[in-house]
Design a protein around this ligand. Sequence first.
Ligand code: GRG
Length: 309
Amino acid sequence: MVATDKFQKTPETTKFNLSAYLKERQQLCDTALDRAIPIVYPEKIYEAMRYSLLAGGKRVRPILCLATCEMTGGTIEMAMPTACALEMIHTMSLIHDDLPAMDNDDYRRGKLTNHKIYGEDIAILAGDGLLAYAFEFVATQTPQNVARDRVLQVVARLGRALGAAGLVGGQVVDLESEGKLDTSLETLNFIHNHKTAALLEACVVCGGILTGVSSEDLQRLTRYAQNIGLAFQIVDDILDITATQEQLGKTAGKDLKAQKVTYPSLWGIEESRSKAQQLIEAACAELDTFGEQAQPLKAIAHFIISRNH
Ligand code: GRG
């Protein structure tokens, strides 16, 4: 897809073509991820890592990172290693989330889960391999025109987003809340701010760190990302009820079965949709200061609530 396709000229204005943009970016990310992990000895672990990493997926996280870097004056080349690392980290979290000791799921991204193909031992190690390699990849592959102190900041942000202060912490509280139908909205927000929004925030913030944005702009990017992060999860909860296994590429209706409190179970589907819409509007307002350049990030925010998978 050529870059000029991203903007369709209309008489009054320049309209952003999100589907062409997403298709182009998904292809760029898929190619970079494919090249990032060649198969060498011991082949089994590289095959297991690649199985889940290249199984499809919307690539929302790397695309957010690339889009933020470009919006703030950087290039795709500057951000691609960080974008790939974010997708490696996201994929490893999906592999571990699907394990019998966690959510125990058989399908992910329309395919059998990693442990169903390679066994639990290799699936755990495939996740570990992707996690470790993500950090190595950012540190060694980010081009030299990005100052090393920025790379160091990215590494620190990634570590914080993943550990007990981020994904791991959110997952722990999520596991503890299973079967507890009296889980409060405060706890639900804690789970999803950590389990889902923290990584989405890291995607956007790291894109800005790579170009050295001001602390004010970093605050704006953070608020944009936190809002889209929560909206993303609200939509995820709605889709778990309304979408089919074919659309989702994973088992549908899992939250109800696991007796999990979700946004729709607290607010109902319509109210949840309207809250997600409000969050997206608030997110986009944070980017007004970036003018026309913010079109991709604003369009991605709207995609997050209009998606059906
Ligand atoms: C990070 C060290 C470390 C361990 C992982 C298992 C775990 C700890 C955390 C669970 C994180 C998790 C699975 C959160 C759910 C996030 C979410 C909404 C995933 C779905 O994302 P999509 O829709 O999926 O972007 P695709 O397949 O399109 O990428």
